[in-house]
Design a protein around this ligand. Structure first.
Ligand code: C2E
Ligand code: CA
Ligand code: CA
Length: 842
C-alpha cells in the first residue's frame, strides 16, 4: 500500500515523518524476526519431494513478487491504494511451501517486486519499499499463524476444514495489511484511520473474494491434475480486466463528484471568493503543485491568485498576465466568456511527464466553469455598484447633493420616531422669492448656481442633528430636532423663529450669480410640534401653509397658524369633493332669479345662480366655494357645467314658448381661456338656443384688465351674438372708458348703491349717472338687490327701467321658474300689447 501526499503544515510533516520512520523500523524488525523464526521451524516436506526445499522457497518468492507486480491502484481518501494478488499467492503458497518460510518469502518477493517497480519508473524511497515489504511479511506471518493453528494445508488434499483455515488466514492477511497500510497513510496525511481503512477495504473486497477463489481453485487443480493449470491464465487475465474496469469506474465517479464539488464551490458572488475557491479546487482536483488564477480587472489591470501544495493562497496585482504557453509540466487555460477575456488558469503538475489528455480536458472544463463564475462575479459587482449609485441618487438631489423630498420624509420620520413623544421639533420650509425671475432672465444655469449657493449656505448654517433637504424647485426644508426643551410652551417656537430669521438673514447676504449681484430673499414657514404628534408629511403641510402666509404677508418668516390652516385644509377637501360633484348631475344646481321691467312687470331676463347641494355640508352658496374653484384647474369644467345647465333651462323655456334671455355669471379667469367662445358656441348648438338668449355677466375689473386675450374672447362672443352684461357696476373704481372699448348690452347696478341710494346723495348720483349713461349708449340697466317697494319706486324715479331682488323674487328652483315667467308675461300683456300696437302703427 502506498499513497500520494496532500497538503499539511511543515511542523506536522516533520512530526509525522518521524512517526512513520518509527513505524517502519518497528514493522521491519517484526518482519525480520518472523522471517528468521519461520525459517528455523521444522519442515514437514516429504522425503521424496520432487522439487526440493530451495525450489519451493524460490517459487513462493516468485509468486509473492508476481502478486505485487500485477497490482492495481486506485485513489482512496487522501491517497492511492494498491491492491494486489497477495491473498491468492498466500493460499497457493500455503499448499506448496512450508508455512514457516512464507514470511521470509514475502519479505524477499515483495521487496524485489517493489524495487523493480521503483527502478522502472514508479520511484519510491527505499524506506517506503522497506515498509511495504515488511508490512506484508508481518501480515503473512500473522496469517500463517492463524491458518496453521486451524490445519496443515501443506501438500494436503483439500477439505472444507482446510479451505476454511486457509480462508481465515487470507482474511487475517487482508486485515493486517490493510491496517498497516492505513496507519502509514494516516501518519503521512493526517487523515482518519477509520476512513482510510473503510475506503481500502471497500475497494479491495471484490478482489479479495476473487483472490481467495483463485487461490482455492489453483490448489484444487494442482491436486486434481496440475495440467489443468494451463487453462488458468485466460480467466485470470479476464479477472484482472474486470477489477481494473471496476476500479476505473469507481475512480471516474469519485473524480466527477470532486469536479462537481469544486465547480459548485466557484458559485460565489465576489471575485476573491471565486478565485480563492478556484485555486483551492484546482490544487486538490488536479493534485497540482502550483495554481495561478489571473483575473482581468475592468481597469485593464490583472490580479493574480496563487496557491501552492501547502494550501496557502497569495494575492497580488500583476501588470501583464502570465504567458499563454504552458511549461512542459503545466497547463494554461485562457478564460473567456463570449468574446470577453476574463482571466487565465495555470495549473502546474508535480511530475515531469506531460499532462495527459484527460487532465487537459479536465483543466479546460474547470477553466470554463471558472470563467463563467468570474464573469458572474464581475457582473454582480457592477450590479452592486449600479444599485449603490442609484440608491444614492434615489435619496439625493443631483443638483445640490442634499437629500431629496422622499428621503427628507423618510429620514425625518425616522428621526421623529427616535425622539421622546413630547420632545419639541421644528420644521422650517424655505422658498426663494423671485426664483422664477432669476431663471427666466438669467437662464437656468444661473438658477442652478443660485440653488447650489443656497444649499451651501444652508449646509454651513445647519447644526449636527438637523436634517436639511431640497424638496424640489426652489424649496428647501430644515428639520430641527435639537430644539431646547427648557422654558415655557412658547419657547420652542421662539427658538425656531429665531433660527428662521437668522437663516433668512444669512441667505440674504449679497452674492454674485451669472455676473449679477443679488441677494437671496426667502420666505420661511415655521412649524413647531411635539415629535410624537405629527409625521413629516403633516409638518411639511403645516410649514407650507406658514410659508404662504409669509409670502402673502410680505415678510420673510411666518409661524404656522392653525386657525388659517383649518380654512385652507377645508378648501383642499372642498376641491376634491367638487371634482366628484362635477362628475354627478344632482349636486351642483342652478337657482334662477328673474329681473323685471319696472314699468310693465314683464321679465327682462333671468339670472342663473349656482348652489351646491353638498352630500355632507348641506346647501352651499357660491360664497362658500366660488373662490377656491376660481383658483383651481377645475374652473373650466365648472364654467362649462354652469353654461350647459343654464342653456338646458333656456331650451326648456323655448319649448314652452317663453322668450326670455338667461344670464350666467362668468368668473374673471375663465375669460383668459381662448377656448371659451368655441365651448359656448358648442353648447348653444347642442341646446339649439339662439345666441342672443344668453347673457354673460362679467365684472368691471375684468373689463378693465386690458388683457388682449380677454378682449379677443369678449369680441368673439359678441360676434357670435351672445349678450354681455357688466355685473356689480360702479364698484370697480374705474373710469367708464372701457365701455368705449368693449361693447356690452347691459349694466347691473351694484346692490350697495341700491341700499344706500335713499340716504346717500353720492349713491343716488351714481345710479342716476349710470342710468343716463346707459340711455346714451343704448344699454339696458338692471338694479340689483331691490328688497323694498321704496327702493323700487326710487329707482323708477331715477329712470331705471329694470330691477332684480327679493322684492320681486328670490332665486328659485328651475322647475318653478317656467310657471312664474308665464304668469309674469300674462300679467304684463295688457301693458305690452299697446306697445306692440304702437310699433305696428309706426
Ligand atoms: P351676483 O352676480 O351679484 O349675484 C347676485 C347675488 O345677490 C346672488 O347671491 C343673489 O342670490 C343675491 N340677491 C339677489 N337679490 C337679493 C336681494 O334682494 N337681497 C340680497 N341681500 N341679495 C340678493 P348668490 O346667489 O349668493 O351669488 C353670489 C355671487 O356668486 C354672485 O353675485 C356671483 O358673483 C357669484 N355666482 C353665483 N352663481 C355663479 C356662477 O354660476 N358662476 C360664477 N362664476 N359665479 C357665480
Ligand atoms: Ca350676477
Ligand atoms: Ca352683482
Amino acid at each position: 500500500m502506498t499513497s500520494a501526499p496532500a497538503g499539511k503544515s511543515r511542523v506536522e510533516a516533520r512530526d509525522s515523518s518521524s512517526r512513520l520512520l518509527a513505524l517502519t523500523v518497528a514493522v521491519a524488525l517484526t518482519a525480520l524476526v518472523a522471517a528468521a523464526v519461520g525459517l528455523t521451524l521444522p519442515v514437514a516436506l516429504p522425503a521424496d519431494d520432487p522439487f526440493g526445499g530451495p525450489a519451493r522457497f524460490g517459487f513462493a518468492v516468485a509468486l509473492f513478487a508476481l502478486a505485487q507486480l500485477a497490482r492495481l491502484r486506485f485513489r482512496a481518501a487522501a491517497g492511492t491504494v494498491s491492491i494486489t494478488w497477495g491473498e491468492a499467492a498466500l493460499i497457493v503458497c500455503l499448499h506448496q511451501v512450508p508455512s514457516g518460510w512464507l514470511p521470509a518469502a514475502t519479505l524477499l518477493g515483495v521487496g524485489l517486486a517493489w524495487t523493480a517497480m521503483s527502478l522502472l519508473g514508479d520511484r519510491r524511497p527505499v524506506l517506503e519499499i522497506v515498509r511495504i515489504a515488511s508490512s506484508l511479511a508481518a501480515a503473512t506471518a500473522l496469517a500463517v499463524s492463524v491458518t496453521t493453528a486451524l490445519g496443515q494445508p501443506l501438500l494436503a488434499t483439500p477439505t472444507p476444514a482446510l479451505a476454511l483455515a486457509v480462508v481465515a488466514g487470507a482474511v487475517v492477511y487482508l486485515l493486517a495489511s490493510a491496517w498497516l497500510g492505513g496507519v502509514s497513510l494516516t501518519l503521512r496525511n493526517g487523515t482518519s484511520l477509520g476512513a482510510v481503512l473503510l475506503a481500502a477495504l471497500r475497494g479491495k473486497l471484490l478482489m479479495f473474494v476473487g483472490n481467495v477463489v483463485v487461490g482455492l481453485v489453483v490448489v484444487a487443480l494442482v491436486e486434481l491434475d496440475a495440467r489443468w493449470l494451463l487453462l488458468l491464465p485466460p480467466p485470470l487475465w479476464l479477472l484482472q480486466q474486470t477489477y481494473r474496469h471496476r476500479l476505473r469506474a469507481d475512480q471516474e465517479r469519485r473524480s466527477w463528484r470532486a469536479f462537481a464539488e469544486a465547480t459548485a464551490a466557484l458559485n460565489q458572488l465576489d471575485e476573491r471568493g471565486v478565485a480563492s475557491a478556484a485555486v483551492a479546487g484546482a490544487l486538490s482536483l488536479f493534485e497540482a503543485e502550483l495554481v495561478d488564477v489571473d483575473v482581468a480587472r475592468g481597469d485593464g489591470r490583472w490580479r493574480r491568485y496563487r496557491g501552492d501544495a501547502g494550501g496557502q493562497i497569495v494575492e497580488r496585482e500583476v501588470g501583464v498576465p502570465g504567458p499563454d504557453e504552458a511549461d512542459d509540466c503545466g497547463l494554461v487555460r485562457t478564460l473567456t466568456v463570449g468574446d470577453t477575456q476574463v482571466g487565465h488558469l495555470r495549473v502546474r503538475f508535480p511530475r515531469s511527464a506531460p499532462p495527459s489528455d484527460r487532465e487537459r480536458d479536465a483543466v479546460a472544463a474547470y477553466g470554463d466553469a471558472l470563467a463563467a463564475a468570474l464573469h458572474d462575479a464581475a457582473t454582480h459587482r457592477e450590479l452592486r455598484l449600479v444599485t449603490a449609485r442609484s440608491s444614492y441618487e434615489a435619496v439625493h438631489d443631483a443638483l445640490t447633493g442634499l437629500v431629496n423630498r422622499a428621503a427628507m420624509l423618510s429620514k425625518g420620520d425616522q428621526a421623529l420616531r427616535q425622539l421622546a413623544h413630547d420632545h419639541p421639533v421644528a420644521l422650517l420650509l424655505l422658498d426663494i422669492n423671485q426664483f422664477k425671475e432669476v431663471n427666466d432672465t438669467l437662464g437656468h444655469a444661473a438658477g442652478d448656481q443660485l440653488l447650489r449657493l443656497t444649499a451651501n449656505r444652508l449646509g454651513a448654517l445647519a447644526r449636527s442633528g438637523d436634517l436639511l433637504g431640497r424638496l424640489g424647485g426652489d424649496e428647501f426644508a430644515v428639520l430641527l430636532t435639537s430644539v431646547p426643551v427648557i422654558g415655557d410652551r412658547a419657547a420652542p417656537m421662539a427658538y425656531a423663529l429665531r433660527q428662521a430669521r437668522e437663516i433668512a438673514e444669512r441667505l440674504a447676504a449679497p452674492t454674485e450669480v451669472a455676473g449679477v449681484r443679488m441677494s437671496v430673499e426667502v420666505a420661511v414657514g415655521v412649524v413647531v410640534a411635539d415629535a410624537g404628534t405629527a409625521d413629516m408629511t403633516e409638518l411639511l403641510r403645516r410649514a407650507d401653509i406658514a410659508m404662504y402666509q409669509a409670502k402673502e404677508g410680505g415678510g420673510n418668516v411666518a409661524a404656522y397658524d392653525s386657525t388659517r390652516d383649518a380654512a385652507s385644509t377645508d378648501q383642499l377637501a372642498l376641491l376634491a369633493e367638487l371634482r366628484e360633484a362635477l362628475a354627478t348631475d344632482d349636486q351642483l344646481v342652478l337657482v334662477l332669479q328673474p329681473a323685471v321691467d319696472l314699468a310693465t312687470g314683464a321679465p327682462t331676463g333671468v339670472e342663473a345662480l349656482i348652489r351646491w347641494r353638498h352630500p355632507r355640508r348641506g346647501w352651499l352658496s357660491p360664497h362658500d366655494f366660488i373662490r377656491p374653484v376660481e383658483n383651481s384647474e377645475q374652473l373650466g369644467t365648472f364654467t362649462r357645467y354652469v353654461v350647459d345647465k343654464a342653456l338646458g333651462v333656456a331650451a326648456q323655456w323655448a319649448r314652452e314658448g317663453l322668450d326670455v334671455p338667461i344670464s350666467v355669471n362668468l368668473s374673471a379667469r375663465s375669460l383668459l381661456d381662448p377656448r371659451l367662445p368655441a365651448e359656448i358656441a358648442d353648447a348653444l348648438r347642442r341646446h339649439q338656443v339662439p345666441a342672443h338668449r344668453l347673457v354673460l355677466e362679467i365684472t368691471e375689473t375684468v373689463v378693465m384688465s386690458e388683457l388682449e386675450v380677454i378682449d379677443e374672447v369678449l369680441a368673439t362672443l359678441r360676434a357670435m351674438g351672445v349678450q354681455l352684461a357688466v355685473d356689480d357696476f360702479g364698484t370697480g373704481f374705474s373710469s367708464l372708458t372701457f365701455l368705449t372699448r368693449i361693447a356690452v348690452d347691459e349694466l347691473k347696478v351694484d346692490r350697495s348703491f341700491v341700499i344706500r341710494m335713499a340716504d346717500s346723495p353720492e349713491a343716488a348720483a351714481i345710479v342716476r349717472t349710470t342710468v343716463g349713461l346707459a340711455q346714451e349708449l343704448g344699454l339696458r340697466v338692471v338694479a340689483e338687490g331691490v328688497e323694498t317697494a321704496e327702493q323700487r319706486s326710487a329707482l323708477a324715479e331715477l329712470g331705471c327701467t329694470a330691477a332684480q331682488g327679493y322684492h320681486f323674487f328670490k332665486p328659485m328652483p328651475a322647475d318653478k321658474i317656467g310657471a312664474v315667467l308665464g304668469t309674469l308675461l300674462d300679467e304684463a300683456r295688457p301693458h305690452l300689447f299697446p306697445l306692440r300696437a304702437a310699433d305696428d302703427a309706426s
